[in-house]
Design a protein. Structure first.
Length: 343
């Protein structure tokens, strides 16, 4: 939000505005993805008539009705649960999502904080959600919740590695960990001397992009990596005992994190807010729309996989991470380093 900083506001005023912006982005992202993908895209792909009917035009009232349903439900805490930890767990998961949006740039000056280690910060805070998940599973005093939390911890730890390693190729090629720096490198680059589309890393880091998407799918515990929430095995996993707005917090965190990871993928591999011929103030105006379009394209791939494939077994999930994704990501880093030195 450097554009806001130009108004010479006090530090507390500037910080308050930044916090309010991110707090508004999280429910907006959750509503957007919930409506566009979970309701409409899934309904079309699976020929589900329900989400297409309520509320008149194209079933617009479905999401509103679901939100009202969650808010008016009674907040129940099991008798044997650890009340303080049980109540705090959804907030910890949501805070992890909140921090993810701090470093995602939407324009040359539209970023809450342009850190020199922006991508490192984003990957670090995205892994904090596992703490909230473990808190939820352990404090629920429910064996299904605990099993789901332990599954989630093992899954997130395994797939944090390919998620981070898939990004290293981009960092090596761009020579910076700043997300703004990575965007500008792609904007100002060229393909064999042609500047028409810049140099989006999807062309040179396609392997990293695939690795990132697969690891992000597992980070979101979405099908085919939804073992921690497997309803046929664990009822609802670590969310089994949650109702009302606390369950809604988990839902918002999942969909908003999907938005955040799609934004990071769009920034790292598709040029983020930038297109080669747009600069300055015009980039600040058009940047959010350009980034938004790229986010929706990446998110479509994430949710397309979710709606298409069946759930893996737990041993298959771990094998994919340790036997395939991690070795491939290491090979991609080696290849990138060799080409960087050679060319």
């Amino acid at each position: 939000m450097h554009a806001v900083a130009d108004l010479h506001l006090a530090y507390w005023q500037l910080t308050s505005i930044k916090v309010l912006v991110i707090l508004a982005v999280i429910p907006a992202a959750a509503l957007t993805f919930g409506y566009v993908f979970l309701m409409k895209t899934m309904a079309h792909m699976q020929s589900r008539l329900g989400p297409m009917e309520p509320g008149g035009f194209h079933g617009w009232y479905q999401l509103v009705g679901d939100g009202i349903k969650f808010i008016q439900k009674e907040d129940i805490i099991p008798t044997a649960a650890d009340r303080a930890i049980f109540a705090l767990a959804p907030t910890v998961v949501l805070v992890s999502t909140f921090l993810l949006f701090v470093v995602i740039p939407a324009g040359p000056r539209l970023v809450v904080q342009d850190l020199d280690v922006g991508i490192f910060f984003a990957l670090a805070v995205s892994s904090l959600s596992v703490i909230g998940v473990l808190m939820a599973g352990w404090s629920s005093a429910n064996k299904y919740s605990l099993l789901g939390a332990l599954r989630a911890a093992g899954q997130l730890i395994a797939y944090e590695l390919p998620l981070a390693l898939g990004v290293i190729g981009v960092v090596v090629e761009a020579g910076t960990m700043s997300l703004q720096g990575i965007v500008r490198f792609q904007q100002e680059g060229n393909i064999f001397g042609w500047h028409g589309i810049g140099d989006p890393f999807i062309l040179t880091q396609g392997i990293g992009f695939v690795l990132f998407l697969m690891a992000a799918q597992a980070e979101l515990t979405q099908t085919p990596f939804d073992m921690p929430l497997a309803e046929s095995e664990l009822v609802a996993g670590y969310t089994t005992e949650y109702t009302g707005f606390r369950f809604l917090f988990f839902y918002m965190a999942e969909t908003a994190t999907a938005f955040g990871l799609a934004a990071i993928a769009a920034t790292l591999f598709l040029g983020g807010w930038a297109v080669p011929w747009v600069h300055g103030t015009m980039a600040d105006v058009l940047g959010p729309f350009i980034l938004g379009a790229k986010i929706m394209a990446v998110a479509f791939l994430i949710y397309w996989i979710r709606f298409t494939y069946p759930r893996f077994r737990e041993d298959q999930l771990q094998a994919i991470a340790w036997k395939y994704l991690i070795p491939v990501s290491l090979a991609n880093i080696l290849l990138t380093g060799v080409l960087k030195v050679a060319f």
